[in-house]
Design a protein around this ligand. Structure first.
Ligand code: SF4
Ligand code: SF4
Length: 442
């Protein structure tokens, strides 16, 4: 597809959305956002796919113009090139941070994908993954099998196989706990309010150690952790893939569960899930029975680093060493949280936080992106691996399971002598050391 030049803005388009070819599609709701774009191009250099491919159609501005062409009917909804360029988007929202006009790019992307899915369903692999994530028993079984492969060391052994299979084993190996069996009994907090922790699906299945660490560090910092049974997957994978109905169904289950818990806060330690819950109000805005309930739960959602930063957080025992911090996109660009994760890391005495250049750029993980766009995911990851190798820190902290696994797998396969870790794991290890546990090697 040839590059398109910016087209003149037509404000009347937004007013007349009801008479557009897209009137009965999810894209109709995104028309006001599409019209906010003034085509300045400030977002281009913030876009990993534009930097990797150099094609305007793979930039935020280009994709917004494609969405607009669908809205206006100048491109048909079944145009295969439109689908290709929208599928290549990571949904990282780096463009939203760079945009001076406040274009809600993430919502435009979700609406465009949902509209295209009505014409042609997503690839079979994507549908299979989403179906498994919507079925807790099936997902639990799959992740239990994955844990066995990780525990036996098979994942690490096969991490250097060529191609997708080798990378998948490397991702699994990268999900291993940083410092296992360092449990301690934190004092029961009450002063800062009650918190229910989102168990998550990948977090529950592969990062239960981070969930337990999250509960311990919250309790240590004065929160009372309560349970919220009945939770499901947050729906982020479904929403980003354009399965808005699937995302809404999961959101309703979670809203009911967190209401039932009575917790003042919903703590989330996976940044993609945190952003999703914070956007439940938007997701269910057109559902009269759920919109207010969704907005109320969204207002209670906090990344775990927000709650910890509000509390100080309390320092633990020294863990000498160096860590580089890589910002998960949905934490930095989606939730606009830059300072809080660093506050968690700097609360660990003797731990030196090493700057990582371009830590605000996506690593290429992006939910199921590395499954459905494997080559581009590797192309986006490559510069990050080079920067990590240059930084020379033995630990790379990042607060999202996809990033932990994607960056960790890349480092493992590139034989970079470092591993990924969740920031909460480091603070937890510091608290464990204060309770007498031996600090981890690095
Ligand atoms: S920075 Fe914002 S307004 Fe400018 S082209 Fe990008 S999305 Fe449009
Ligand atoms: S979400 Fe990320 S990959 Fe997609 S257009 Fe924006 S910056 Fe580019």
């Amino acid at each position: 597809m040839a590059d398109r030049s910016p087209v003149p803005v037509q404000p009347e388009l937004a007013r007349n959305a009801v008479s557009l070819p897209c009137a009965d599609t999810p894209l109709a709701a995104a028309v006001p956002g599409i019209m906010t774009c003034v085509h300045c191009g400030f977002c281009l250099q913030a876009c990993p796919t534009y930097l990797a491919l150099g094609d305007e159609n793979d930039s935020p501005r280009g994709r917004i113009l494609l969405a607009r062409a669908l809205v206006e009917g100048t491109l048909p909804l079944d145009d295969p090139d439109v689908r290709t360029h929208l599928d290549r988007c990571l949904g990282c929202r780096g463009c939203e941070t760079a945009c001076p006009s406040g274009v809600p790019y993430g919502h435009i992307l979700e609406a465009a994908r949902a509209t295209l899915n009505e014409i042609e369903p997503p690839p079979r692999l994507a549908r299979l993954v989403l179906a498994v994530f919507a079925r807790p028993a099936l997902l639990a079984l799959a992740l239990a099998g994955a844990r066995v492969v990780r525990l036996t060391g098979i994942a690490r052994l096969l991490a250097h196989l060529p191609g997708r299979a080798g990378f998948a084993f490397a991702m699994l190996a990268a999900s291993a706990p940083y410092a296992a069996n360092r449990r301690y009994a934190p004092r029961a907090g009450t002063a800062r309010g009650t918190v229910a922790v989102l168990a998550g699906c990948v977090m529950r299945g592969l990062f239960a150690h981070v969930n337990r660490a999250t509960e311990r560090v919250l309790a240590t910092n004065g929160y009372r952790v309560v349970s919220a049974p009945g939770q499901r997957c947050c729906g982020a994978l479904h929403a980003h893939a354009g399965d808005l109905a699937g995302a809404r169904a999961l959101a309703r289950r979670n809203i009911a569960a967190f209401e039932q818990s009575g917790a003042e806060f919903v703590a989330v330690n996976a940044s993609g899930c945190g952003l999703m819950i914070k956007e439940y109000g938007h997701l269910l805005a057109d559902d009269p029975a759920w919109s207010q309930r969704a907005a109320a739960i969204a207002a209670r959602a906090r990344d775990v680093s927000e709650l910890l930063a509000d509390a100080g957080p309390a320092p633990g025992a020294p863990i000498p060493g160096r860590v580089a911090y890589d910002a998960p996109c949905h934490l930095l660009h989606g939730q606009r949280l830059a300072r809080q994760p660093l506050a968690v890391l700097t609360a660990v005495p003797s731990l030196e936080v090493t700057p990582l250049p371009n830590a605000d750029q996506c690593c290429g993980s992006a939910g199921i992106y590395s499954l459905v766009q494997p080559q581009l995911a590797q192309d986006v990851l490559a510069p990050k691996l080079a920067e990590i190798a240059d930084a020379g820190a033995p630990l790379v902290a990042t607060g999202n399971p996809g990033c932990i696994m994607h960056i960790g797998a890349g480092m493992l396969r590139a034989r970079i002598p470092a591993r990924t870790v969740h920031p909460v794991e480091l603070l937890d290890a510091s608290y464990a050391a204060a309770h007498g546990a031996t600090p981890p090697d690095r």
